[in-house]
Design a protein around this ligand. Structure first.
Ligand code: DGY
Length: 321
């Protein structure tokens, strides 16, 4: 049996993933789960054949240019790859993979939680009970927006968007979507296709974002676009914070144009935008869409499957560069 490939795993992954990685590779683990600086990351990459990073490690053009030739593959433990400068990696001949499919269910569970949390004022209610300020009840108390039977607009009808549509149908919602390409009738399952984002926004009582952050989609939800939503819409984001102009969203939440927002992702992470925390009508989570035991194992195994294929001389199933 040949020498095992040396693999840098940048963060603490699920125990099952680390056991498998240590069995099949010369695995360099991070048991303390420290976030490496760019310099540390570069230094750790010096003597490895492969890297298994998360979205928290930035492979900028500057860093990629300094990677040693020995590094041949970046097998991401994420579906999003906006932390990787793909053209720099391609130019350097480094293969890049991601982990699609396996996190769709977990991410949509969080999207549904955010939709419900924002619509039914969960943060406000939780705070009230938790801080001992719940001193009154009446039929006009804490009235929210009902999801059942409403129109949902899904931006990005890929794997996650399609699971979102399925779950929304469970709430008898009318599913509308915008996607670069229209889906087949079989995939659409009756969902209404919009050939422009503007058209989708105008019917979105609830809006859920499921597209990747790319130069084309970055900051697309501007003040002008928000103005197209029905008054009192609910906006949810489990994709990437970069999709939203956060100042515009904060303005719309303050004016009531948007009744509530549920956010799992922010323009700046970790930490998020502290101004959201000053608002009652937001339901906030710390980028945990895929954070379930089942999905963490599945993501780790998917990344290892890609590495195994690569080192066996085959095409990795989830190659994106
Ligand atoms: C992803 O897979 O892109 C999630 O955001 C977690 O990194």
């Amino acid at each position: 049996m040949g020498k095992k490939a040396a693999l840098l795993i940048t963060r603490k992954l699920s125990a099952n993933t680390e056991v498998r990685a240590a069995h099949d590779y010369e695995a360099l683990l991070n048991p303390q789960d420290r976030l490496y600086s760019a310099d540390e990351l570069l230094e750790k990459c010096q003597n490895v054949d492969a890297v298994l990073p998360c979205h928290s490690e930035l492979f900028t053009a500057e860093l990629v240019a300094q990677l040693p030739d020995r590094v041949r593959i970046i097998a991401n433990h994420s579906v999003g790859i906006d932390h990787c400068d793909l053209s720099a990696l391609r130019e350097k001949g480094i293969v890049v993979t991601n982990t699609p499919d396996v996190l769709s269910d977990a991410t949509v569970e969080i999207a549904m939680l955010l939709l419900l949390g924002a619509a039914r004022r969960a943060s406000e209610g939780d705070q009230m009970v938790r801080t001992g300020k719940w001193a009154h009840w009446s039929p006009s108390f804490m009235v929210g927006t009902q999801m059942t039977g409403k129109r949902i607009g899904i931006v990005g009808m890929g794997r996650v968007g399609q699971v979102m549509a399925k779950r929304a149908r469970g709430f008898d919602m009318e599913v509308n979507y915008y996607n670069r390409n229209r889906l087949s009738p079989n995939q659409e399952q009756g969902a209404v296709y919009h050939d422009s984002i503007e058209s989708l926004l105008s019917v979105s009582d609830f809006l859920s974002l499921h597209c990747p952050a790319t130069p084309e989609t970055t900051g697309f939800l501007t003040e002008e676009k928000i103005a197209l939503l029905p008054d009192g819409a609910i906006v949810v984001n489990t994709a990437r914070g970069a999709l939203i102009d956060e100042n515009a969203l904060i303005g719309a939440l303050k004016s009531g144009k948007i009744a509530g927002a549920g956010l799992d992702v922010y323009a700046s992470e970790p930490g998020g935008n502290p101004e959201f925390a000053t608002l009652d009508n937001v339901f906030l989570l710390p980028h945990i869409g895929s954070a379930t035991f089942e999905t963490r194992d599945a993501m780790g195994f998917r990344a290892l499957d890609n590495l195994d294929a690569f080192f066996a001389g085959k095409e990795p199933g989830d190659r994106i560069a």
